[in-house]
Every structure is written in C-alpha cells, then in structure tokens.
Write a protein that binds this ligand. Structure first.
Ligand code: G3H
Ligand code: ZN
Length: 283
C-alpha cells in the first residue's frame, strides 16, 4: 500500500530499526525492490532521483512506482532523492510522491535553511514529509558531486540548529559516508552520530550506504539511523549479472529472458539489506 515516509520513519526511530530506501530507474528495478520487500514483509521507500526522472520521464516512472506501491502487500513510500530545486519538488508532488528530499547542502547555511523552509511549507500543506541534509557527503550521485577535499562531516550543534531553523522531518548526515563505491573500507564516525542523535529527535538518514560493511550498518542502526539509501549495489548487481548472462547466452535476444537474472540479483541485494537494517517483519 502507498503511504508517506512519516509513519515509516517515526516507527523506525522509535523501535530501533532502519527502513531501506532503494533507488529505481525503471520497471525492472522497481519490481526487484518491491518483490524483496514483500518476501521480507518490510516497509520500504522506493526513491527516484531527478536524473531518473529525466531518463524515464516525469510522467512515466512515478506512475509505475505508484501503481506497484498501491498493489504491494507492504507499506511503500515514493521518495524524491536529492531534490535539486523547488521546481523538481513541485513536479514530484504533482506526480504523487509521498516523501521529498530537498538537497541544498552545497549552499551556505542560511541559503540551505531558506531553500528547505520553502519546500517544507509547500509539502507540509499537503501532508508530505521532507528530508534535508547538512554537511557535505563525498562521492558522486548524479548531479551531487563532492570531492574528497570538499566533503565535510555534519556538526552536531549545527544539526540541531538546522532542524530548529528549517522545520523539516528527517535529517541526512555526513559521518564519513560517501556516494558510490568506497576506495578502502569506510570508517563511519560513530561518536559523531551519537552526538547528533542526542541533540536531534527526528529520524536520521544515512546516504551512500553501498559498500559499508554489514557490522558498521548494524552499529549505525543501533545509534539512531532510521533510513538507509542504497543505489550503487543495486546497479552493480544488475549489470554484472546481465553481463554474465549475455556472455553465456550471446544469441538470446528476448529482453525478458536477458533481464531475468539481473532482476533476481537486485532482489537478493535488497533482501539482504532489509535483514541488516532490521526492518524484516516490520510491515
Ligand atoms: O541517495 C542515494 C544514495 O545515497 C545511494 O548511495 O549509491 O552509494 O548506495 P550509494
Ligand atoms: Zn544520496
């Protein structure tokens, strides 16, 4: 069933688990995510970036996700990932999104607050919750490109001030996480996360979770992370498994057969993450 992210993430924060937020670009990824959530009886967010909307069409991809959510046996929210501006947010609301991120984290503090407040006013008027970010998460996720030098961790006091000043619902934190695959093993700053959790009562979000070892994910969930974003590992599973299938079956030209192992591989990734996030059986 289609829900907003508010009920999902408030329950997650209260009960010490995290809801997975998985990125989709098309029908096949959407099916893999929803099937995994149903197998695991887990609440879930399916998230769509501005780049995905450009790729698949703003009138088209949200309709697929929305219908899949309505038909699902588990609660599903449709989330705008890294909303780049007010226009993208308005397009998403019009398309029926039930959760919005406005990412103005690259802007100076006062402008970040002003941008987020504008979006909060519009979204809250129709009951849609808003995620915002402070600090700069390293790595690349479409238009969000932050070099190692530019990356800055979230300051716990500034996090509390940001929540109070901008009035949004979920806070994305930079604690050593980065978008895309990591070069070595990432080291999340758990002391920083604990300090943020102690100052901020709203649900906290971990971006760039692909490649973070399971034991660090467990520690993050135990310290108040309530939403965890995964994109790269899903893409990787799809492409690697499709490459293998095509190499083994060079004459197969039926896309339905070619995509099948890729869908299964993505579903397996999502099922595993749901277990690690402790959201299995929470639907
Ligand atoms: O917003 C999306 C995510 O933060 C995904 O990050 O591609 O590193 O899994 P990832
Ligand atoms: Zn992200």
């Amino acid at each position: 069933m289609l829900v907003t992210s508010m009920e999902l993430l408030v329950d997650a924060r209260k009960n010490g688990y995290a809801v997975g937020a998985f990125n989709t670009n098309n029908l096949e990824i959407t099916q893999a995510i929803i099937r995994a959530a149903e197998v695991k009886q887990a609440p879930i967010l399916v998230q769509i970036s501005a780049g995905a909307l450009r790729y698949a069409g703003v009138e088209f991809l949200p309709l697929i996700v929305k219908k899949a959510a309505e038909l699902a046996s588990v609660p599903v929210a449709i989330h705008l990932d890294h909303g780049p501006d007010f226009t993208a947010v308005m397009q998403a609301l019009r398309a029926g999104f039930t959760s919005i991120m406005r990412d103005a984290s690259k802007l100076p503090y006062a402008e970040n607050v002003a941008e987020v407040r504008k979006v909060v006013e519009a979204c809250h008027a129709i009951g849609v919750p808003v995620e915002a970010e402070i600090g700069k998460i390293g790595g690349a996720e479409e238009h969000v490109v932050v070099s190692e030098r530019e990356a800055t961790m979230s300051d716990p006091d500034e996090c509390a001030q940001f929540v109070a000043d901008a009035g949004f619902d979920f806070l994305a934190v930079a604690i050593g996480n980065a978008h895309g695959f990591y070069k070595g093993e990432p080291q999340l700053d758990f002391a920083r996360l604990e300090a943020i959790r102690d100052r901020v009562s709203i649900p906290l979000v971990l971006h760039g979770a692909s490649g973070i070892p399971d034991h660090q994910i467990t520690m993050a969930v135990e310290r108040g992370i309530s939403k965890i974003n995964i994109d790269t590992e899903i893409r990787n599973a799809f492409i690697r498994s499709t490459q293998e299938y095509v190499a083994a079956n060079p004459d197969q030209i039926d896309p339905r057969k070619v995509f099948k192992p890729g869908i299964a591989a993505m579903q397996a990734v999502v099922e595993h993450k749901i277990e690690i996030f402790k959201s299995a059986g929470r639907a």
